[in-house]
Structure formats: C-alpha cells, structure tokens
Design a protein around this ligand. Structure first.
Ligand code: GAL
Length: 425
C-alpha cells in the first residue's frame, strides 16, 4: 500500500488539546454555496479520512467549511455542538454516534432524512442494528457512513516476535500470560489514554468476554439489571483491575492516538481499541501480518461490538435543500464509503459494498460483521454510546474510570454498575 503523507500536525495538536480549529477551503468567487460541517476527526488517520469527504464535496462545486472538535464524539464534542445550536449558528451537518442521534431528534434539532432514505433504499442496505440508531420513531435522522468495531487487540509485530511469536491470545488466560511476558521483557504491555471512553472500551470487551453475548445484550443494550448478578459484576471489575496493572503511569496524560503511536513505534506491545487504530497504522504504511496483528479480544470471537459514524442535518444550518441532498448522496454513496473507510479503518455501513481494497483486518471485519449480524451478536459499543442512552453511558464512564484509577474497589464498582443499569445512579 502506498504510504500517504501524514497531514499537517500543528492544527491537529491544537485541536486535540481541547481547542477548535476551522478550515475554510477557498473556491472561486462564483462557487455556489457553503456547507458547514462539524466533526471530531482530528487525529492523523482521521484527518486523512475527512479529506475524502472534503474533496468529494468540493468536486461537486460546493464550498466546504469545517469545525473539528476533539473528543471522539463524547461530551466534549457534544458540548461544542450544543453551544453552536444555542447561539443560533448550527452547522449544516454534524458527525454523531449512537443514542445521541435519538436525543437530538427528540429535541427537534434534526431534519428528517426520510425522502433521501426512501429514494435510495437505505432500509435495504444499512445493517439493522445501525438503522435502530439512525431512526427515531421510525423516521430516518442520520446517514451512517461506516461500521467501526471495538473488541480488537492491536499488537506490534516486532515486539510480538521478540516475545517468541506466541499464537493469538484466544482466552483470557492467554492474554494475561502475554502481558506478563511483555512486562518481564521490559516492555510497556498495554497502552491506554486518559479519557473515560477509552477505559470503557476495555470494560466492554471484558464484559462480553466474561459474561457472553446474550448477557451483554440483556444487561447493556436492553438494560435488564437482573441479567447482571453482583458476582459477575465483581468478576468483570476484577479483570479490569488485572489489566490496569499492565498500564504505565503515563496513561493519565495521553490521548488515544498517542497510545496508538506507542504501539506503532514499538514502545508498547498492544492496545485494546476500535478499528480507527487501523486507520492510524495504514496512514503510516503499516500492514497487518507484517508490522502489526489484529486479533479479536479473547473470548469475544464471533461478537462485533460496533460503533457507526453517522451524519445528521441540523435545522436552520447553512445550505439549500439541493446542497444538503448532495451531501447526503455523497455520504451514502457506496464508492465514497469504500474510499473513506479504507482510510478510517472501518468498513462500509452498507451490506452491498465489496471487500476489494480493504486490508486483512478490514476484510476480516466485513466477514465478522456479516455473520454477527445474522447471529444477533452485532451489538452496540457501550463506550461509543451505541448500546444505551447518554445518561447511562456517562454513569458507566465515571465508575469505570474511577475504578481504573483506584478510587473504587471491585465490590463498590460492581454495586454502582448494578445501580446504573437499573436507572438509579
Ligand atoms: C469514534 C469514531 C471513530 C474514531 C474514534 C476515535 O467516536 O466513531 O470514527 O474517530 O472516535 O476518535
């Protein structure tokens, strides 16, 4: 795969420090209208991905203005979007994930996309689990551009070889053994960043691997508190504690993509993260099997915890109906979805896009999604807000993060989790 030049870094760094940046790409004076897009794709791989959309919109004669706000779709990002809407300056469109879409549709801020959906048969091509998040009360409010998945291990190949090339860790015990070997060899075994959603990614993989797919669906998607007996909740947090012992103290200061850089450069053995890691690796010309390995988190083979990036249209944002239609058609175009996701590390949010051009991890993710979809083991990621509403998600964030930092013991964290699932934070 040809190596793309990483994008200019300073703006990315600035945004990631919590600031904002705007890029207005000039077009000729007679250029038509402006689309104002808000998103959180600020890491190097994400910048390379948004470039695909930017280029396609500009190629259709529209002017592109963007505001990128770090925060990976969590509270930091949503606060910035809320401020713009409250001050009467909504963007034309915004990236959005999971249950946030329902909340924004319910609050009346979003335009219905039913007309475009019917014209282009979205009902037929978008995986059902994603449609449930894109729609509110049976109406389309979001256009899904991809399917990321979070229950993956991303492992540096060179370090794995230094450890004698052990096989893929298939079980929890295999994983612990691998991390212990890395520590004994003087490596940082597990790279993690500081944000609560990242810690919750560890939590959700451990939860589904400890309790199984049916348990995960009942407890975290259907919010049936009875599906989670206290001993199981404690067991999940015991395992979280085990993993936390393999994390270096620097985790409190770094972003997710800096943790990815550690694995990329061979400063840490592995990261438990979403498929956007593949986007970062690909940008640096890394290939699966040669430079890194992607393995499903142990005991979660057959399960796909998903996160779908979607775009919503805001009422009263800039852009005529025609310009907005162009945006929607582009977002749902099979060729665009293939192109953007070969960069993002995700796969298309359509069942009709071929696997051509995806790397080995992407092709495997497409196969996994197809079979998990049929077996009802394709389930929303808790951390990325695709499993349950924002209030439940943020309660889980808080207790998982406090437990990871040693502020809650296993018993108290387990009890707090049961309360969160019964709607009693
Ligand atoms: C997610 C998003 C991904 C990736 C990730 C890390 O919310 O769906 O596309 O950007 O955040 O920033």
């Amino acid at each position: 795969m040809p190596q793309r030049k990483p994008p200019h870094r300073s703006a990315v760094e600035y945004a990631a420090l919590g600031g904002l940046f705007c890029v207005s790409l000039a077009l000729p004076a007679n250029a038509a209208e402006r689309l104002d897009i808000m998103h959180w794709w600020v890491s190097s791989g994400e910048q390379a991905s948004i470039e695909v959309l930017r280029e396609r919109i500009r190629a259709q004669g529209l002017k592109w203005h963007e505001q990128a706000v770090a925060g990976s779709g969590t509270a930091r990002y949503i606060d910035a979007l809320r401020k713009r809407v409250a001050s009467g300056r909504p963007p034309s469109a915004s990236q959005m994930i999971g249950f946030e879409i329902q909340e924004w549709a319910k609050a009346g801020h979003l335009e219905s996309l039913d007309e475009a959906a019917a014209r282009n048969q979205w009902d037929e091509v978008v995986p059902f689990g994603i449609q449930a998040l894109s729609k509110y009360q049976g109406h389309w409010y979001a256009a899904p551009i991809n399917v990321h998945s979070t229950n993956w291990l991303w492992i540096n190949q060179r370090l794995l070889e230094k450890l004698g090339s052990p096989p893929a860790p298939d079980t929890w015990d295999d994983l612990v053994l691998l991390l212990e070997r890395a520590r004994a060899a003087g490596m940082i075994p597990l790279a993690v960043g500081w944000e609560a959603w990242e810690h919750t990614l560890l939590f959700e993989s451990i939860a589904v691997s400890t309790g199984g797919a049916e348990f995960y669906r009942r407890a975290f998607v259907e919010l049936d508190a009875e599906a989670l007996p206290l001993p199981l909740a404690i067991r999940i947090f015991e395992r979280m504690r085990v993993l936390s012992r393999f994390v270096d103290p620097g985790f409190r200061q770094r972003r997710w993509d800096q943790a990815t850089d550690m694995v990329r450069k061979g400063e840490a053995l592995l990261q438990v993260q979403g498929t956007w890691v593949d986007g970062e690796f690909a940008l640096h010309g890394m290939q699966p099997g040669r430079d890194f390995q992607c393995f499903r988190f142990p005991d979660t083979q057959g399960v796909v915890l998903f996160n779908s990036d979607q775009y919503v249209l805001l009422k009263n944002g800039p852009g005529s109906q025609a310009a907005r239609r162009t945006l929607l058609n582009t977002l749902m175009d099979p060729d665009f979805q293939a192109a953007v996701n070969r960069r993002s590390g995700a796969i298309p949010a359509r069942v009709d896009v071929p696997k051509d051009g995806f790397d080995a991890c992407g092709r495997r993710a497409i196969d996994d999604m197809r079979s998990a979809n049929m077996r009802r083991t394709m389930m929303g990621s808790i951390a990325m807000g695709n499993a349950n509403p924002p209030a439940v998600k943020t309660t889980i964030y808080s207790l998982v993060s406090r437990h990871l930092k040693g502020e809650l013991d296993d018993l108290r964290a387990g009890q707090a989790l049961l309360r969160a699932l019964s709607g009693d934070p």
